[in-house]
Design a protein. Structure first.
Length: 490
């Protein structure tokens, strides 16, 4: 038994927990299915893995530059509360629920492949770290809800639920993903999908005649802003410096000097301001690295995936991490990030003034990393269906979602002995809260109701896939016609 646990733990933690390895393996399997030569299989698998590592390197740079920025904002505004961080709560739960999570990851991945093979939901979820987060969430809520000594049923129920959610959410997002990419070759595999779908829906509602963020016209002297790397870096530079100056006014000197620790040469205001300047440049560099990594992944994984689609899981689509959409709307991703952060601040104010006192809801502080990735993705989806208005509104509402939903989940996690920790993305919030509440009915009642909920979700996605996605429905089709008429009239 211990050997089996060790093997499953190795597979889940050392392979499935590393998205680059997983994507490299998938690319190699696809190339083998296409009967490519050994050299092409090795080269394609390595390049796909390296592309994801490049994407991850860019994400690390972005995260590193956003961390002190978020710290600066909280010091300036004096806000206190919980910052949703998937990695932190996963680490907290690992000692007690790590073995259960390992079983969940491996078995749910197999269930997902079976569902993709034998049902219309032809999606293969490849975002390894989100698989780890979801497995941890389900292991915690089901273990505590079912009671001690129920690990077998926790693994069984959790694996089925996780296998379902990994094919269901890409299906719901697929029409909007098709609008973003212009074809049906890719899916989104990221557990903030409800935010992206809602952004697409809102964009369709408000942006019928709103032009794309990528069509912004700049005066001759500002044409350099059409370069997404320049415009992204410049905007972040302004934001960093504004809050840096604000900090010089509102925060004591000795406290302020520790914000950019390691990025300054001396404890002077001059070095502090230049450290903020350097972090803004780092942000722009990180975004550029992400976009380059995405291009490599697309170049290697999509052709290789045809082999899987044709032989292993006919018709399958790879469901990939959200940065995969950023190249389809660089301006929209930046606008969505800013709008999401503003939405998070507005929601924080609502909780502090109203929901907190009335319902005891905890303050959820805006985490810069989820707002960048989730908000950026929402901006791209909103722009695809509703142009600039869609990008702004989609990002703003996403910011509200990833504030209120983690706050709701925190009430569940808090009752499980994990107070002051919560997951940050929208799907963790609604799915974890529902499963957590149902699990309180006990091993028998909780299992039946949780699996029933999963079955309803799966049936809805099946209907949606057959009736809408497979039928070729494309959201915001009237917007395209409206823009064509507008262009012709002008």
């Amino acid at each position: 038994m211990n050997v089996l646990v060790a093997v499953l733990d190795f597979i889940s933690q050392e392979i499935l927990n590393v998205p680059a390895y997983l994507i490299g393996i998938v690319a190699a399997v696809g190339l083998i299915a296409l009967r490519k030569s050994a050299g092409q299989v090795i080269g394609g698998g390595l390049k796909a893995a390296m592309g994801y590592l490049i994407l991850g390197a860019g994400a690390t740079v972005v995260t590193g530059s956003l961390a002190p920025f978020g710290d600066l904002i909280f010091r300036v505004t004096g806000a206190h509360g919980v910052v949703p961080t998937n990695e932190v709560i996963t680490a907290q739960a690992a000692s007690e629920y790590g073995t259960t999570s390992a079983y969940l990851i491996v078995l749910s991945f197999l269930i997902m492949l079976l569902l993709a093979r034998f049902t219309p939901l032809k999606y293969v979820f490849l975002t390894g770290h989100h698989m780890v987060f979801m497995a941890t969430l389900l292991a915690v809520v089901l273990s505590v809800g079912f009671g001690p000594g129920r690990s077998a049923i926790v693994v069984l129920v959790g694996s089925v639920l996780m296998g379902i959610i990994m094919v269901v959410m890409p299906a719901f997002a697929q029409p909007y993903m098709n609008r973003v990419t212009g074809d049906d070759k890719l899916a989104v595999g990221h557990f903030n999908t409800v935010g992206y779908v809602l952004a697409g829906v809102l964009g369709s509602a408000v942006g019928k005649r709103s032009r794309s963020t990528e069509d912004m016209k700049f005066p001759q002297g500002l044409r350099f802003l059409r370069d997404s790397m320049v415009s992204t870096t410049l905007l972040m530079l302004v934001l960093y410096l504004v809050f840096a100056v604000w900090g010089m006014i509102a925060v004591p000197r000795e406290e302020l000097m520790g914000v950019f620790e390691g990025a300054q040469t001396s404890d002077t205001y001059g070095s502090y301001v230049m450290a903020a300047f350097a972090q803004a440049l780092q942000f722009g560099i990180g975004v550029s690295i992400i976009l380059y990594g995405v291009r490599i992944i697309l170049g290697e994984l999509v052709p290789a995936f045809q082999g899987i689609a044709n032989r292993v899981v006919p018709g399958a689509k790879p469901a990939l991490d959200i940065p995969i959409v950023f190249p389809f709307g660089p301006n929209a991703s930046l606008i969505g990030f800013i709008a999401s952060f503003i939405g998070g601040l507005a929601s924080l104010a609502l909780i502090a003034v109203w929901f907190g006192p009335a319902w005891g809801m905890a303050l959820i502080l805006p985490g810069m990393v989820p707002h960048f990735f989730d908000g950026g993705g929402a901006g791209v989806f909103g722009n695809a269906t509703g142009g600039r208005r869609g990008a702004i509104l989609g990002g703003f509402v996403n910011g509200m979602l990833i504030t209120f939903l983690p706050a709701a989940l925190l009430t569940v996690m808090g009752s499980l002995g994990l107070a002051n920790s919560t997951f940050g993305d929208a799907d963790f919030g609604w799915f974890g809260s529902i499963v957590g509440v149902l699990s309180r009915l006990g091993a028998v009642g909780g299992s039946a109701t949780a699996l029933g909920f999963g079955a309803l979700l799966f049936a809805a996605a099946w209907w949606y896939q057959v009736r809408l996605v497979n039928a070729g429905w494309m959201p915001a089709s009237e917007r395209s016609a409206s823009l064509k008429d507008k262009a012709a009239a002008s």
